[in-house]
Design a protein around this ligand. Sequence first.
Ligand SMILES: Nc1ncnc2c1ncn2[C@@H]1O[C@H](COP(=O)(O)OP(=O)(O)OP(=O)(O)O)[C@@H](O)[C@H]1O
Length: 251
Amino acid sequence: MDILAINGVNKRFGGLRALDNVNLNVKEGTIHAIIGPNGAGKSTLLNCLVGRIIPDEGSVDFNGHRLLGRHPHQINQAGIARVFQTPEVFGELTVMENVMIPAFASTDGAFQINLWRRAADRRQVAAEAEEILEDLNLIDQRDQIVNSMSRGDKRRLELAMCLVQKPKLLLLDEPTAGMSRADTNNTVELLKKIAKRKITKVIIEHDMHVVFSLADTVSVMAQGTVIAEGAPDQIKSDPRVQEAYLGGAHL
Ligand SMILES: Nc1ncnc2c1ncn2[C@@H]1O[C@H](COP(=O)(O)OP(=O)(O)OP(=O)(O)O)[C@@H](O)[C@H]1O
């Protein structure tokens, strides 16, 4: 079953067609990678999914909801979480506090306070948050102030803040950008480790090692449109992809 269906999405910036009739479906429970050269439209598409950019035409259906026209926080509450390239965390707070905020926001709603339910659920939410921090190797830093952490740790924390919301769909925007090979490999291992949570993932990634070791399906974008889609092995050997993506070089 498709959890996400993008149909006929167009977006122009002045005279530039950043998205040109994009059609893309994501199957529930899979890891779906979107690759393509710089300027292909990947980030613009992701921004359309989370309500940061409004397409000119087309539709986006997620788990039975029409997403276009909804505000980012409504899309988040419908079950989509996003990990940014630059981590968006609360620097003055501790790791544990950072994780508890989205946990309660997702159970209570962004602008509601339910003190009774909070009192009853607090221990369970804290236990879930601790389990996620364990999985992401952050448990030893649970009381650390976030501003003093490395960028890599902040990225893992942001991933923890997404997981604690129990999203149905997790969007990862270049999760290994700027990382060393060792840190990239660690990130791949962490993403494999969190697979037990069975969250559907859409991942934009330039590192082919990451794409081919994680993805079930790969969509290739070029010049604002999807030019190929398939299993990683099919995509690797597709001449259109080699041509568009790397000017004929081998993936
Ligand atoms: N807000 C904007 N205003 C004008 N042009 C934009 C805007 N955002 C993106 N673009 C243009 O739209 C095109 C697609 O950009 P986008 O960032 O989506 O590509 P991308 O595939 O994510 O590239 P990269 O891999 O370099 O991040 C590019 O030509 C870009 O310059």
